[in-house]
Ligand binder design. Structure first.
Ligand code: NAD
Ligand code: DAU
Length: 363
């Protein structure tokens, strides 16, 4: 194992990297990118496999020699310490979280345990093994733009926008961000944080807007639109988030925060109508037929009105920009869900949980 620091850039040779939450939506894209792009790294994917964790997302790389999966719960302090003892990580990319706002409204406790306590367990474990030699080490915490609260019609979230979380989900993520910064300030833990806007793309759990709409249209089910459908989100293709994570992990400055976004704001109802259009074409249905499924339902409690990210710091300092425009990204996404209907069906029937038993209990 070795490492060298050249300016701000950290060159990792034969590094062992922990990626938490790697069986989830974004995590699986990050794991795939790192396993394929960095054959010299040993990538450890640690995931509890909650309802949102699905190892089927990683079948294409699961047999690679530089990849290992560890089923574990970050809330369990002993499991976290044992994992760090076993691998002596050089870097951590922490994505594991409870991630769905609606679930945080019906059951906030799990969000406090995983997002706050789980993050502290990881920070303590990293501190334990790095405190004498923090050089070249990195704890990268993946966060969300929701920590900044809700925007009115004007303005963008920047890295200095004051935190103002509004849901139990965003409050738990904001707490974890504060703790990560506190460990940098108090214990000199080498941390970096990024806050990203709404992701979309393959492998997203169908409780989230885009896969839910695609699946409901395919099955001729009502499309539930919260409130008047006027809330605005800034959408980024998941592989562009993974590329930003790659750049920030390797070249981000210790202690810094980077916002990541798509400069791609859409009112929910306009996005849903665009999806209806694409789906009508893909499914060979009469134009306008999917829009008939749109059904306005009770609004989400405390529904944030608008998110929009200014990611100019990341572009200016580290040269990142999104690679895909939204129309192409959305079409690619729709194609993926339509050609991977079995993936969706297995999730909906709950069958994917059997995959873990089949795949790992035979070893
Ligand atoms: P996801 O819900 O799809 O995946 C979360 C993963 O974490 C799952 O594999 C799950 O099994 C795992 N996990 C949950 N609790 C765990 C625990 N106690 N121990 C170990 N593993 C556990 O989430 P996602 O959408 O891929 O989001 C990943 C990260 O990115 C989260 O931290 C989220 O806050 C952040 N984020 C998400 C978005 C987005 O649009 N989805 C945008 C910005 C930031
Ligand atoms: O901004 C980043 C965040 O984006 C991430 O931190 C979260 O993990 C991620 O879940 C996402 O949060 P949102 O609440 O914005 O995403 P969701 O897909 O749940 O909803 C997007 C918008 O669509 C939101 O305004 C609510 C609305 N919506 C959602 C669902 C599921 C509907 O109108 N109907 C629905 O059925």
């Amino acid at each position: 194992m070795g490492m060298a620091e050249t300016g701000n850039k950290i060159e990792f040779m034969k590094r062992t990297i922990l990626i938490t939450g790697g069986a989830g939506f974004i995590g699986s894209h990050v794991v795939r990118r790192f396993v394929n792009k960095y054959p010299d790294y040993l990538i450890i994917n640690a995931d509890k496999l909650t309802y949102a964790g699905n190892l089927e997302n990683l079948t294409d790389i699961e047999n690679k020699t530089n990849y290992r999966f560890e089923k574990m719960d970050i809330v369990n302090k002993q499991q976290v310490l044992d994992l760090f003892k076993k691998y002596h990580f050089d870097g951590v990319i922490h994505l594991a979280a409870e991630s769905h706002v609606d679930r945080s409204i019906t059951g906030p406790d799990e969000f406090v345990f995983t997002n706050i306590v789980g993050t502290v367990n990881l920070l303590n474990a990293a501190l334990g093994i790095w405190k004498d030699q923090p050089e070249g080490k990195r704890f990268y915490h993946i966060s969300t733009d929701e920590v900044y609260g809700s925007l009115g019609a004007e303005g963008l979230f920047t890295e200095t926008t004051p935190y103002d979380p509004k849901s139990p989900y965003s409050a738990s993520k904001a707490s974890s961000d504060h703790l990560v910064r506190a460990y940098k300030n108090t214990f000199k833990l080498p941390v970096v944080i990024s806050n990203c806007s709404n992701n979309y793309g393959p492998n997203q759990f169908p409780e989230k807007l885009i896969p839910l709409v695609i699946n409901n249209i395919r099955n001729n089910k009502p499309i539930p639109v919260y409130g008047k459908g006027e809330n605005i989100r800034d959408w980024l293709f998941v592989e562009d988030h993974a590329s930003a994570i790659d750049i920030i992990f390797h070249s981000g400055k210790t202690g810094e925060t980077y916002n990541i976004g798509g400069e791609n704001e859409w009112k929910n109802i306009d996005l849903i109508k665009l999806l209806c259009n694409i789906m009508d074409k893909k499914l060979g249905r009469q134009s306008g037929s999917s829009e008939k499924l749109i059904t306005y339902v009770k609004d989400r409690a405390g529904h944030d009105m608008r998110y929009a990210i200014d990611s100019s710091k990341l572009t200016r300092e580290l040269g990142w920009s999104p690679s895909l425009d939204f129309e192409h990204g959305l079409e690619k996404t729709v194609d993926w869900y339509l050609t991977n209907q079995k993936w969706m069906e297995r999730i909906i029937s709950g069958d994917y949980e059997k995959y873990y038993d089949q795949q790992y209990n035979k070893r």
